[in-house]
Design a protein around this ligand. Structure first.
Ligand code: FAD
Length: 392
């Protein structure tokens, strides 16, 4: 008997439709599977971080059992809603022993045989002062925006990356369980059992004992990760233009496929897609906590005003954009730590659980790279980095 698919390939995320529809297509359907009574490793959250960790765990240690619990669908959080700029280092720049994030991403994708249209022609840092004389970009936006520097980076298709990671994790035997919110963990507080006893994950009304847990929920479920009040969740916004022909892309300086982001304020980032459409992003909507974040409706209040502002700015950037049509508007969750470094540390309740996330707007390449690192840490083959812990 064939196992029924839980859904067909989905362009939209169900729980978060009030965050708008991103343009990416996640072409992989998860097969319904029951919650296993016990696993070696439980991963909470099926974005880039959680799926990369699951795929890498099964790649390195096929004898270990892995379950991924997702409240919604794979890619329902930032990963299916991102811009897909693949950036080097972290939002805080390079970090001790971080290594080469982009080379690491390329190696992980090659080893897992994932094609997500990764292209690394370099990213443009753009700014209103110290622009290069021969800058391909000359835009009007609170001054004149020009390329200041070209740095390592590029783009990928986030829908293909989510689908690819999920496919590899699934094919190699990880159990991915959608529509299963993790509501709480039994931590075994007794000092006698703490070291040896498994942790118990409660998800969607089922229980699963786990030897170790990775929390990969990023800006969501902060009450579970112990990050509530210690890191700031926000909804960040993006739009997609209608496709442009080569001549128009040439005129605005984006024909080379280089993504761009400002190094001064007001902030603006973006990237071209294969069909000539361009993703532009700017603007953050504040949220007190992850529950508050979930309630944001992008068609009202601050978000609506921010979209009006982004679209006005885009049409004023260059005469070639004056009449440009906008086909998609959407938002997604991101998490900021005070010093812009990712959080990558043991959970405050147990050394057998790891919390990984808070990449700010710099998590596409980094989440896959650190997701694989987390897999190695769960297997006891690698230490967590010193920069990943929050101050007490
Ligand atoms: C609009 C936007 C544009 C961006 N652009 C870029 C960019 O161009 N370049 C770049 O480097 N970075 C960018 N980022 C950041 C980057 O996308 C994120 O850092 C990255 O996707 C984080 O991946 P993640 O897997 O850690 O988190 P997420 O993708 O958010 O995954 C967390 C998952 O956990 C699930 N979850 C939450 N609570 C529970 C629960 N209780 N139980 C089970 N599952 C749960 C969620 O549904 C979600 O699927 C952008 C982010 C946004 C929102």
């Amino acid at each position: 008997m064939s196992i029924p698919k839980s859904h067909s390939a989905q362009p939209l995320n169900s729980l978060h439709s009030h965050w708008g529809a991103p343009p990416w297509h996640i072409d992989f359907a998860i097969r319904n599977k029951p919650v296993p009574p016990s696993v070696d490793f439980a991963i909470i959250g099926a974005g880039f971080t959680g799926l990369a960790a699951a795929a890498w765990l099964r790649h390195l240690a096929p004898e270990k059992s892995v379950a991924v619990f997702e409240v919604d669908r794979i890619g329902a959080g930032a990963s299916g809603r991102t811009g897909g700029m693949a950036l080097a280092e972290s939002a805080a720049g390079d970090l001790p022993s971080l290594g080469n994030v982009l080379a690491g991403l390329e190696r992980i994708l090659a080893e897992l045989d994932i094609d997500c249209d990764l292209s690394l022609p370099g990213a443009f840092e753009i700014g209103r002062s110290k622009g290069l004389k021969n800058s391909p970009i000359q835009w009007t936006d609170s001054g004149t925006l020009r390329v200041v520097k070209k740095v390592p980076g590029g783009t990928l298709d986030p829908g293909k990356l989510v689908a690819g990671l999920a496919r590899v994790a699934d094919e190699r035997g990880a159990t991915i369980i959608e529509s299963h919110p993790v509501t709480h963990i039994e931590w075994h507080r007794s000092p006698v059992v703490r070291a040896a006893a498994p942790l118990v994950v409660h998800a969607g009304g089922s229980r699963c004992s786990a030897g170790k847990i990775l929390f990969a929920t990023n800006a969501l479920a902060l009450e579970l990760t112990g990050l509530a009040g210690r890191a700031e969740p926000k909804l960040t916004l993006a739009v997609l233009t209608e496709p442009m022909d080569e001549k128009r892309l040439e005129a605005i300086g984006l024909a080379g496929g280089n993504p761009f982001y400002t190094v001064d304020l007001p902030y603006l980032w973006g990237r071209c897609r294969r069909d000539g459409s361009v993703v532009f992003g700017a603007g953050l909507v504040d949220a007190d906590d992850s529950r508050d974040l979930r309630q944001i409706d992008i068609t009202t209040g601050d978000a609506r005003n921010l979209f009006e502002s982004i679209e006005r700015r885009i049409r004023n950037l260059h005469p070639a954009l004056r009449e440009i049509g906008i086909t998609h508007r959407w938002g997604g969750p991101i998490l900021f730590r005070e010093n812009w470094r990712p959080v990558f540390m043991p959970h405050p309740q147990s050394r057998n659980a790891i919390v990984l996330g808070a990449y700010a707007g710099h998590g596409v390449a980094l989440s896959v790279y650190l997701g694989a690192w987390a897999a190695e840490a769960l297997l006891g083959r690698r230490k967590l980095p010193s920069w990943g812990s929050l101050r007490k």
